[in-house]
Design a protein around this ligand. Sequence first.
Ligand SMILES: Cc1ncc(COP(=O)(O)O)c(C=O)c1O
Length: 358
Amino acid sequence: MSRAYNFSAGPAILPEEVLKQAQEEMMDFEGSGMSIMECSHRGKEYSAVHEEATANFKELLNLNDDYSVLFLQGGASTQFAMIPMNLLGEGQTADYVNSGTWAGKAIKEAQNNGNVNIVADCAKDIPTRMPSNDELSLSDNAAYLHITSNETISGAQYKEFPETNAPLIADMSSDILSRPFDANKFGLIYAGAQKNLGPSGVALVIIRNDLSEQTLGHVPTIFQYKTHIANNSLFNTPPCFSIYIMMLVTRWIKKTGAENLYKQNAEKAGLIYSTIDSSEFYSGTAVPEYRSDMNITFRLPSEELEAQFIEKAAEQNLKSLKGHRSVGGVRASIYNAFPVQGVEALVSFMKDFEAKNG
Ligand SMILES: Cc1ncc(COP(=O)(O)O)c(C=O)c1O
C-alpha cells in the first residue's frame, strides 16, 4: 500500500501513527471488547479519552484556569453563529476583520445577529493579505474583535495578532497548534478539527469562562457556551470518535514536541516559497509578509498549465493540489501531519515541470 502525499485543505492528512493506532484499537478498545465508537460516552473508557484530550489541549496551549476547552458539533461554521448569539448583546457592536472568504462567512452570521463594524476589508485584495494593525478602525467598546488567523483559501496568514481592549476572537481552523502563540490573550479561539487536529465532526473551542456568563436566556440551551462549560462538553452525546482521534493527535504532537513541529512547519513552507521565489514560472498569490505556512497558494502562467500541473502531480502521488474552486490556481496545504518528504517531492516535481514547460 502506498500512502498518497495528500495536500488537501481539509479533511486533511492525519499522522500515520495515529491512523495505525486507531486501526489497532478499532475492534477492541483497551480490553473493553468494543470499539471506542461503541462505548458509552459516560463510561470509563470514553471518559478517560475525553479527559486526556482536554488536558492535552490545556497543556499544548498553555491555558490558565480562566479558560475552558470545549468539543462542539457543527464545525467551525456553527461557531460563526454561536459567537454573536452568545457574545453580541443588544445595542452592542462587534468588530470584524474581513480578510477573505472565511471571515466573510463569519461576518454574514454576525450581521444576522446584531451590529457589525468591519474594521478593515482586504478580502478582495490581490495579492492576498491581512490588514496591518494600524489599518483597523476599531469601535469604542466593541463586544469583541473577530479575526481569521489563516485564510485557508487565499493563503494569507496573520503573523502578529492585533492588540485590543475588546476580547479577541479568532477562527484558527487552519493553523491552530501549527506555531507558537499566546492563547491567554484571546477571549475565544475556535477551529474545525479536520485540518490540523483530527477528523471532521468536531470543533475545538477555547473560551474564557467569564465571557460565557453574558448569554441571554432566549438563546437555545444547546447553543449557549455556558451549557457546554457546565457539562464538560457532555451535555448531549459528543462526537466521540472524532474526539478520540483528536486525543491521539494531541498525544502525537506532545511526543513529537510542539516546538519541533512548529520549526518544521516553517521549514516546509520555506522550501516551497523559495522554489516559487527563484522561478519566473510560478507566482505566489499572497503578499510575502502574510504568506501562510499552512496553505501555500500559487499560480502558473496559464490555467491550462495549472490543470496539467495538477493532473501530472496526481500521477506522481501528489494529490489534491487544486486551488479552491472560487479562486483557481494551485494550493498546497501542508498541515502539521504533512511529511517533509512530501514537500521535497513537490519541490522536485515543480522544478521538473518548470524545466519541461517553462
Ligand atoms: C478558516 C476556516 N474557517 C471555517 C471553516 C469552516 O469549517 P467547517 O467546515 O468545520 O464548518 C473552514 C473550512 O475550510 C476554514 O478553513
